[in-house]
Structure formats: C-alpha cells, structure tokens
Ligand binder design. Structure first.
Ligand code: C2E
Ligand code: MG
Ligand code: MG
Ligand code: MG
Length: 281
C-alpha cells in the first residue's frame, strides 16, 4: 500500500495501528538486506555562502530506493534504523563514503568544500565511533575541518556526557561540529557552552516566514545568538529568494535549500559544481 507523492518522489506507507509492528519489522529486515547489498544511496545537497553564493559545502543525505521506483524517506527509515541499531553500521558507512567523495572533490580542485554528515544517538554509544571517524579522515587524506558532524539537540539531551566527551575528542582532532534543526528540540541553553560547536543550523520552520512574525523573530534571535557566541550560522530550507535576502540581512552566513539545489546523487553534484564555478563573480 505504497502511495507515491509526486512532489517529493517519496513513498508513503500508512499501516493500520495493529499492522504497525509487523510492518516495522518487515521494513527493518528489508533495510538490513538492502544495506548489506549496498543498495542504500548517499545524496548531496549543496550549501552556499549567502554573500558570494559560492558552494562552500554539502550535506550528505541517505536515500533508500523502494521497489516502486521511488525512495523511502529518511524521516521514515532513519528512526527504524536507530530503533534496530542498524544505524551504527549504516552511519559508519555514511561517514566513510562522505569522506571518500569529499576527497574526490578536493582532487578535482574544489579545495574549500566541506561535507556534513548527520549523526544519531546510537552511534555515540558505539565504542568505535571516535576511532572510525578519525580513520576515515586519515584513510581518505582529508582535512579534518572539512568533515562536519550534524547532531540535533535531542541527541545531546539523551545522553549528554557521552556526547560531550566524544565531540570534544573529535573537535580536538580538528573535526567541525554543527547543531542541526536548531530551535526545534527541547534543549537547554547551557549545552551551547558545554559543546565544542562551530555552527548553528537554523531550522527551516523559522526560515519559512520572511515577513515580520514569530518565526522571523526566532530566526533573528538564533542568528544573533550564534553570532554572539562566535558560531557560524546556516539557514536550512531556503526556497525563496526573499528568504535568502532576509537571512543575509539578519547576518546569517550560509544557506541550504531548494532555491539553490535539492539533494542529488554525487554524479549530478559534480555537474552542478562545474556549472556554478563562477557564481558570485
Ligand atoms: P536534516 O538533517 O535536517 O536534513 C535536511 C532535510 O531538509 C533533508 O530532508 C532535505 O532534503 C530537506 N530540505 C533541504 N532543503 C529543503 C527545502 O528548501 N525545502 C524543504 N521542504 N526541505 C528541504 P531528507 O533528505 O528527507 O532527510 C530528512 C532527515 O533524515 C534529515 O533531516 C536527517 O535528520 C535524517 N537523515 C538523512 N540522512 C541521514 C543520515 O545519513 N544519518 C542520519 N542519522 N540521519 C539522516
Ligand atoms: Mg542535517
Ligand atoms: Mg536539519
Ligand atoms: Mg530537519
């Protein structure tokens, strides 16, 4: 009973309550098989500097092909991967694959581009977590600062001690750290002091509203907060020109969103970068 949403090309499954457990276990089994068979894909969404509009980075985003030719949304399957523990192996692959692709970009002359990878809570409980990230950086010979880890506020709140320890070790190694979807979690401001952060990602729900209103005030407050703490800021989900100019006016550094590009396979990203080499000049 998969319905295809033509706007996103994602498949939506709407199981009845009583079917939910069976459905979930089936999905997990299929995910495990597909991951083992290397069927998961990693797509990349460009991140741009708001002033120059040059590409400064990309976020790696998982894609799970579904039999109907579309994709199952990570919003659906990442929670299942977390629940089942599969995210530990999948996440390790995401880190390695992202570093490998970043190395390719650097070799092609895109020297200043970085890659951002989403990290889930169960990954922090993996005793090998800090090590495999260091290894990926060393093996692929990339600058540690060009690997950015994105964590949400809920990850920090879950088990603050282990997250803070791991992030401190990785920060000491030179890795960049960003808070994802900032403003949507139940976070305590004190974590902004305790975490070795480099960047705040302003959640797209606050970027949507460009006219003066509550969302816009929250966006403004987050950008100000980031600036005052000496952190870089990036606006998520920028779809309209006015949103970009508004975020720029607030003092936001970077942006990511459909206005610039949707997430795309690596081959398409290469073409995109080739076409946008001179943007901003
Ligand atoms: P996220 O990390 O906040 O990623 C940004 C999401 O916003 C992506 O959704 C992206 O496609 C979408 N997006 C970007 N620009 C726009 C825009 O202008 N408008 C709108 N409406 N949406 C935009 P996506 O790819 O469906 O991923 C959803 C979530 O799944 C991610 O949210 C992240 O939490 C999770 N996820 C994806 N890949 C991974 C992964 O490798 N590991 C982990 N742990 N989580 C992942
Ligand atoms: Mg993210
Ligand atoms: Mg986000
Ligand atoms: Mg999000």
């Amino acid at each position: 009973r998969a319905k295809k949403d033509l706007t996103t090309n994602y498949s939506y499954y709407e199981p009845e309550m009583e079917e939910k457990t069976t459905w979930r276990l089936g999905m997990i089994r299929q995910l495990r098989t597909d991951f083992a068979e290397r069927k998961l894909e990693l797509w990349y969404q460009p991140q741009v500097d708001l002033v120059s509009e040059r590409v400064v980075g990309m976020e790696a985003l998982l894609r799970w092909p579904s039999p109907d030719g579309g994709y199952i949304s990570p919003a659906v399957f990442v929670p299942l991967a977390e629940y089942s523990g599969l995210i530990i192996d999948i996440g390790a692959w995401v880190v390695d694959e992202s570093c490998s692709k970043l190395k390719q970009l650097h070799d092609k002359g895109y020297n200043d581009v970085r890659v951002a990878v989403n990290i889930s809570m169960p990954q922090f409980r993996d005793p090998d977590f800090v090590n495999y990230i260091k290894n990926a950086i060393v093996n692929h010979q990339i600058d540690p600062a060009s690997l950015e880890l994105e964590i949400t506020e809920s990850v920090v709140m879950d088990e603050p001690q282990i997250v803070i320890e791991s992030l401190k070790a990785l920060k000491a190694f030179g890795v960049t750290i960003a808070i994802d979807d900032f403003g949507t979690g139940f976070s305590s401001m004190s974590y902004l002091q305790k975490l070795p952060l480099d960047r705040l990602k302003v959640d797209r729900s606050f970027v949507n509203e460009v006219m003066p209103g509550k969302s816009a005030f929250i966006a403004e407050t987050i950008v100000t907060l980031g600036n005052r703490l000496g952190l870089q800021t990036i606006a998520e989900g920028v779809e309209k020109r006015e949103q970009a100019s508004y975020m720029l006016k607030l003092g936001c550094d970077e942006a990511q969103g459909y206005l610039y590009a949707k997430p795309m396979p690596f081959a398409d990203l290469l073409t995109f970068l080739e076409q946008h080499k001179e943007v901003g000049n």
